[in-house]
Design a binder for this molecule. Structure first.
Ligand code: ZN
Length: 247
């Protein structure tokens, strides 16, 4: 078996919050994490509570307005994955992030699968109509603390997957297919504790891919990995991409 970085087949990259911390977006479970600093943030992520409690929704709109991700810029980790795609390799990015920094960096949008949705759109829980977060936040700023769907009057939420909600089966199916066909599966900046996204590591390894984990903390899949890398992500990914693309 050659070294994993000498394999020339498709690469799938699962990315979690850790790839965006260098862009100024706090992760969830780390010492500076959103949930650690502000337990209410985790509560607002629970679908059942959100739908049941108008006060919670009002707080959620404020939290969305103040999200540090709005002004965030991609970092060297995101850009390295753009370089990998531009090298001609088949690349799929399966991201747990809702910040769209992969697309902002230049990754081809249809090659980025947003497992947990995105924060730039809102969705009605009644009729599933989509509109922009910008429009919803403009309504909040204009004095509607909990704007309702213009089509049906239903509750609006960000187009993200909250706790208690299933992932989009089409997105998950496409991610599983990418995990099955890849030769190298990079799991980057994810604690690999949230399923079913984390289970994609197992799908890839069972299908014969080399699993390479880049994360500063141990994960439940480290034993399954060909290599575990503890280096900071914005340094590790450019190095890994150089290895994968060298002649
Ligand atoms: Zn509606």
């Amino acid at each position: 078996m050659p070294e994993w970085y000498r394999r020339r087949g498709p690469v799938a990259v699962l990315t979690g919050a850790g790839i965006s911390t260098d862009s100024g977006i706090p992760d969830f479970r780390g010492p500076q994490g959103t949930w650690t600093a502000n337990p209410i943030a985790e509560l607002t992520s629970t679908y059942q509570d959100y739908v049941a409690d108008p006060k919670l929704r009002e707080r959620s709109w404020i939290a969305r307005r103040d999200n540090p991700a709005w002004g965030a810029e991609p970092n060297a980790g995101h850009r390295a994955l753009v370089d990998l795609e531009r090298s001609g390799r088949s690349v799929r990015i399966l991201t747990q992030n809702i910040d769209r920094l992969h697309q902002k960096a230049g990754s081809t949008p249809r090659k980025v699968l947003e497992l947990h949705g995105n924060m730039f759109e809102v969705e009605c829980v009644g009729c599933a109509a989509r509109s922009t977060m910008r429009e919803a936040l403009d309504r909040v700023a204009a004095g509607e603390p909990d704007p309702a769907c213009r089509a049906c009057g239903g509750i609006l939420k960000s187009a993200t997957i909250m706790f208690g909600q299933a992932l989009d089966p089409e997105v998950l199916g496409a991610a599983a297919a990418a995990a099955q066909v890849c030769e190298v599966f990079l799991a980057v900046g994810s604690s690999l504790q949230v399923h079913p996204a984390a289970g994609l590591c197992e799908v890839a390894a069972e299908s014969g891919a080399d699993l390479v984990i880049v994360n500063n903390e141990p994960t439940p899949y480290d034993d399954l990995a060909t290599e575990v890398i503890r280096e900071p992500i914005s340094r590790a990914l450019p190095r890994i991409v150089a290895l994968l693309t060298e002649a």
